[in-house]
Design a protein around this ligand. Structure first.
Ligand code: DX5
Ligand code: ZN
Length: 215
């Protein structure tokens, strides 16, 4: 099953409720939480994600680009996010974080920056519901897809398949009508798209367009 997750990083932050209403066919809303420490940018945190939760019925896919994931990640599951993604580089005890997320009813997801290898972390897969292979350096929307991540996407797909295929393989960064084809061919099934959706005149049509390409 493929899924399109528009990122509201590219939406108008002064009009979030209206921006959420423009993407009714999204499979989930991707919410980028940044702390200006793990990444060189600052976005929003718990109170705003709580407000987003109340403003839409769409599932929330929270992507934490913050240090000390161990301390903060469970709170996002508690407020009702459908999935919470922490970065392995920012987690002291990733398996425990993943279990805490699941115990709060969320899907547990782990992200890898472009320079982080997948192999050393494959032992964590049984505690995860989704792997996020970053296809740009995290921090900003509107960057170009890194083709050199395609082998890592393929390796994530193989690792998921080896465990029965239940672990989703998500890509985030530079996804558009061209790059989504290469990412899908490599084995991704869940696609985050920020600028490709919100720079379109009709964001919901942009979502359908992307879905048609990989459906
Ligand atoms: C970047 C964020 C992405 C961002 C993607 O660090 O994690 O979710 O919104 O934006 P685009 O699709 O424009 O690359
Ligand atoms: Zn993201």
């Amino acid at each position: 099953m493929t899924a399109i997750h528009p990122s509201i990083l590219s939406a108008d932050f002064a009009n979030l409720a209206a921006e959420l209403a423009r993407i009714p066919s999204a499979d989930a809303v991707h919410v980028d939480v940044m702390d200006n420490h793990f990444v060189p940018n600052l976005t929003l945190g718990l109170p705003v994600v709580e407000a987003i939760r109340a403003a839409t019925d769409l599932p929330l896919d929270v992507h934490l680009m913050i240090n000390d994931a161990d301390r903060w990640a469970p709170a996002y599951a508690e407020l009702g996010a459908e999935s919470v993604t922490f970065h392995v580089e920012a987690a002291g005890r990733p398996a425990q974080v993943a279990r805490a997320l699941r115990s709060h009813g969320a899907r547990a997801a782990m992200a890898l920056k472009p320079k982080t290898a997948l192999e050393p972390h494959l032992g964590l897969l049984s505690d995860l519901d989704m792997l996020l292979i970053m296809t740009v350096e995290p921090g900003f929307g509107g960057q170009s897809f890194m083709d050199e991540m395609l082998p890592k996407i393929a390796a994530a797909r193989r690792a998921s398949d080896a465990l029965g295929g239940k672990i989703a393989v998500q890509v985030d960064g530079g996804i558009n009508r061209e790059t989504i084809l290469r990412a899908a061919e490599a084995g991704a099934d869940t696609f985050v798209a920020g600028s490709a959706v919100y720079s379109a005149e009709d964001p919901d049509a942009a979502i359908s367009g992307l879905r048609q390409l990989v459906g």
